[in-house]
Design a protein around this ligand. Structure first.
Ligand SMILES: NC(=O)c1ccc[n+]([C@@H]2O[C@H](COP(=O)([O-])OP(=O)(O)OC[C@H]3O[C@@H](n4cnc5c(N)ncnc54)[C@H](OP(=O)(O)O)[C@@H]3O)[C@@H](O)[C@H]2O)c1
Length: 338
C-alpha cells in the first residue's frame, strides 16, 4: 500500500479523481459510467479525444461536470504520466484485443509497465488492472474435474504452440505487471473477465460482441465444437469498482458467470430472437461434444457481486445492436476488420 490516501474505506475513496485507460472501449466505457454514477471525477485516456467513436463518453450522466478526456497512447509514457498525475487510483483497461502478436505485445506488456510506473510516480492508492480469463484457463494439463480459480495460470508454451497470441499476450502482460507491482510496492488488484457481452455504450462493435453478431447475420452456417465462459459487461465494470473500493481486496478476481457450449449459446439466441438466421449445425460432428469446465467466481461474490444471468446478457447485447441498427451484415463486415 502506498500513496496520498491510505485511509482506505469505500467511503474515503469514492468521489476522488481516478484515471481509466482506454476509456472509449466496451468495458472501460461502462467503468467510466459507473464511476461517474458513484460520484468519482474521472480522467479517461483515449488515443483521440476528437474521434466520434469516443463521443458517447461526453453524454454520460455527470460527464460534463466530472469527466476529462486525456490524449494518451500506451507506448507514450509522458502522455500516461500526465493523465495519471493527481489521481488517487487507476483502472488500466486499455489493450488492443487482437490475435496479432506484433500489435498486441508492445501495448499489452510495455504499455502496462508504463501505466504502473506512472501510477507509482503519482502515488496512487491502487491500480486495478484488466487482465483476462485468457491468462488463467489456457492449460491442457488442467483436469476437467478441476475447479479453476485465481491460482490457475495459462501455459505460455501451449499458447505459443497453438498460436493463441491473445492469451499469450495477456498472460505475459499480467505476469510482468505482478512482477513490477511487487518491485515498486504498488497496490495492484487484477480482474480476469471471461468473454464479455451486454449493451454497448460505444457506437462501434468490439471483438467480444462481434462474437454474437456473427451468428445473427447469416455470415456463418455452422458453429464450432467449443465451450467458453461468459459475463455481463455491467458485472465486469462493477467488479473493477468493488476491488478498487474494498480495502481488503487483493490478488486476482476471476470474473465469469457461466460456461456454455457454443450450441447452447445459439439455442438461447434462437429462443430469444427467432427472426435471425442462427446456425443450428455444429462444424464438428466427429468428436464428442466439448465439455464445460468448472470454475469458481466466489472471490467476487464475497465482495457482494451478484452475477447477471447469461440469458439477460445475450438479450441485452442483441437489443443493443438493434437499437443502434448494428444487427446487419454491413455492421458485421465493418467490425470483422477489427
Ligand atoms: N471484451 C472481452 O471479452 C474481454 C475479456 C477479457 C478481458 N478483456 C480485456 O478488457 C480490456 C478492454 O477490452 P474491450 O473488450 O473493452 O476492448 P475494446 O472495446 O477494443 O477496448 C480496448 C481499448 O484499448 C484502447 N487501446 C488499444 N491499444 C491502445 C494503445 N496502444 N494505446 C492506448 N489505448 C489503446 C482502445 O483505444 P482506441 O479506441 O483508441 O483503439 C480501446 O479504447 C482489454 O484489456 C481486454 O484484454 C476483454
Amino acid at each position: 500500500m502506498m500513496g496520498v490516501d491510505d485511509s482506505t474505506s469505500s467511503a474515503s475513496v469514492s468521489g476522488k479523481t481516478v484515471c481509466v485507460t482506454g476509456a472509449g472501449g466496451f468495458i472501460a466505457s461502462w467503468i467510466v459510467k459507473q464511476l461517474l454514477q458513484r460520484g468519482y471525477t474521472v480522467k479517461g485516456t483515449v488515443r483521440n479525444p476528437d474521434d466520434p467513436k469516443n463521443a458517447h463518453l461526453k453524454e454520460l450522466e455527470g460527464a460534463k461536470e466530472r469527466l476529462t478526456l486525456c490524449r494518451a497512447h500506451l507506448l507514450d509514457f509522458h502522455s500516461l504520466k500526465e493523465a495519471i498525475h493527481g489521481c488517487h487510483g487507476v483502472f488500466h483497461t486499455a489493450c488492443p484485443v487482437t490475435e496479432h502478436p506484433e500489435q498486441l505485445l508492445g501495448p499489452a506488456v510495455n504499455g502496462t509497465r508504463n501505466v504502473i510506473i506512472a501510477a507509482v510516480e503519482a502515488k496512487v492508492r491502487r491500480v486495478v488492472y484488466t487482465s483476462s480469463i485468457g491468462a488463467v484457463y489456457m492449460d491442457p494439463k488442467r483436469s476437467p474435474d478441476d475447479v479453476m480459480d485465481e491460482s490457475y495460470w495459462s501455459d505460455l508454451d501451449f499458447c505459443k504452440n497453438t498460436k493463441n497470441w491473445y492469451c499469450y499476450g495477456k498472460t505475459v502482460a499480467e505476469k510482468a505487471a505482478w512482477e513490477l507491482a511487487k518491485e515498486k510496492g504498488v497496490d495492484m488488484v487484477v480482474v480476469n473477465p471471461a468473454v464479455v457481452f451486454g449493451p454497448l455504450l460505444q457506437p462501434t462493435i468490439n471483438i467480444s460482441t462481434l462474437h454474437i453478431l456473427r451468428y445473427l447475420t447469416g455470415s456463418v452456417n455452422t458453429y464450432p465444437n467449443t465451450v467458453q465462459a461468459y459475463v455481463h459487461v455491467k458485472d465486469v465494470a462493477l467488479s473493477h469498482i468493488l476491488v478498487y473500493e474494498t480495502p481488503s481486496a487483493s490478488g486476482r478476481y476471476l470474473c465469469a458467470q457461466t460456461v456454455l457450449h457454443r450450441g447452447q449459446l445459439l439455442q438461447i439466441l434462437t429462443k430469444l430472437f427467432p427472426e435471425y438466421p442462427i446456425p443450428t449445425k455444429c462444424s464438428d460432428e466427429k468428436n464428442p461434444r466439448a465439455k464445460p469446465y468448472k470454475f469458481s467466481n466466489q472471490k467476487l461474490k464475497d465482495l457482494g457481486l451478484e452475477f447477471t444471468p447469461v440469458m439477460q446478457g445475450i438479450c441485452d447485447t442483441v437489443k443493443s445492436f438493434q437499437e443502434k441498427g448494428l444487427d446487419n451484415q454491413k455492421a458485421y463486415l465493418l467490425a470483422s476488420k477489427l
